[in-house]
Design a binder for this molecule. Structure first.
Ligand SMILES: *[C@@H]1O[C@H](CO)[C@@H](O)[C@H](O)[C@H]1NC(C)=O
Ligand SMILES: *[C@@H]1O[C@H](CO)[C@@H](O)[C@H](O)[C@H]1NC(C)=O
Length: 329
């Protein structure tokens, strides 16, 4: 334990505590979940192809809703009501991006994403919206490709944003050719998920492997976006990618309740130039601590990654810092 950087302990702990179980799981769902499309027939159809506009929040969220619905049966054996479906992490993160204002146009040249303008719009200039594009479209399209969604590979297409069209892919075949390794990793996750003997921890390994591969292959395309943000927000974005590496290395269980609780520690609005953690007055102690720790992170090294994969140690650290989070609330 002594060899590990102590901030990492705190981070993993903050992201891990979740002792309280909600009695009503629908209260934990992301914003506009109920209003989002829940089946393919809720989308427009052109020549037998479902057309999704992923630059409109509920339409993108609908991809997750269908995905969660179609994969529910593979997680039933772990808990009722789809609570242990580890794909919940994705829509919950997207919900936090929306409610914290991170999907809005950071250049403010349009009203895209602002309450006073086009609230449901996802800006192509939003760094968060761009990376989430791949964390929604690739898992969704790979699921279609894996045959678990009840439609064939050519039956769904996503619409391009108003600019930078070349930075994105739009259907199963074009995403396969642009991101073969990442699509294969999402496919591998769905293959393993369908095995009757699938184990929770191994599912997490496949999921995090696909998730980190998605970021590794896309984050560079959007480095120009950092300039649109205040220094503290741009720093948080860069560090957040590292934080995800740590969370992945710890095989954080991305279930509904766990992610809901951990997100209470994330910055509830876009950071401005005067924000200095841990002294942001409109943030909770938990939010200030998480931001402070995330800002301290350095790249994950291999020793650490392998260390965290030792299950017993991982559990011990989760346990210790569950206590810490309760203290910080
Ligand atoms: C659960 O919460 C949702 C929204 O918060 C509410 O609409 C629903 O009626 C609640 N269900 C129960 C059984 O309490
Ligand atoms: C999946 O969606 C169908 C149709 O909307 C619904 O009847 C069913 O309850 C959903 N299943 C789960 C596990 O959410």
């Amino acid at each position: 334990m002594a060899v590990l950087p102590s901030w990492v302990h705190i981070l993993v702990g903050c992201f891990s505590a979740s002792l309280a179980w909600a009695s009503n799981l629908s209260a934990l769902e992301p914003p506009l979940w109920k209003e989002s499309p829940g089946q393919f027939s809720d989308y427009r159809v052109e020549n037998g192809v479902y057309i999704v506009d992923p630059w409109v929040f509920p339409e993108r969220m609908g991809l997750y809703k269908i995905l969660l619905n179609q994969t529910a049966r593979y997680f039933e054996k772990f808990a009722p009501e789809n609570e242990q479906n580890i794909l919940w992490g994705l829509p919950l993160q997207h919900g936090w991006q929306y409610s914290s204002g991170r999907l809005a146009d950071p250049t403010r040249t349009t009203s895209c994403g602002y309450a006073s303008g086009d609230k449901l719009c996802i800006s192509v200039d939003s760094w968060w919206g761009d990376l989430n594009y791949f964390l929604s479209s690739l898992p969704f399209l790979a699921a279609v490709d894996s045959g678990i969604m009840g439609i064939s590979s050519g039956q769904v297409r996503l619409l391009p944003p108003p600019k930078d069209e070349k930075k994105f892919c739009y259907d199963v075949s074009s995403c396969h050719s642009s991101y073969p390794e990442t699509m294969n990793k999402w496919n591998a996750f769905y293959q393993y998920m369908q095995s009757p003997s699938s184990k929770f921890n191994d599912l997490l390994k496949y999921l995090w492997d696909a998730h980190t591969s998605t970021l590794d292959h896309t984050v560079k395309s959007f480095e120009d976006r950092y300039d649109y943000y205040s220094k503290p927000e741009a720093r948080f974005e860069r560090k957040w990618v590292m934080a995800v590496e740590y969370i992945a290395a710890a095989l954080f269980p991305t279930t509904l309740t766990r992610i809901h609780n951990f997100q209470k520690g994330l910055p509830p609005r876009v950071l401005v130039s005067t924000d200095v953690a841990p002294f942001i007055s409109d943030f909770t102690a938990f939010q200030n601590t998480v931001l402070f720790v995330v800002n301290k992170l350095h790249n994950v090294n291999f020793v650490w990654k392998n260390f965290m994969k030792i299950e017993v140690t991982g559990k011990l650290i989760l346990e210790v810092f569950a206590q810490l989070q309760r203290f910080l609330k």
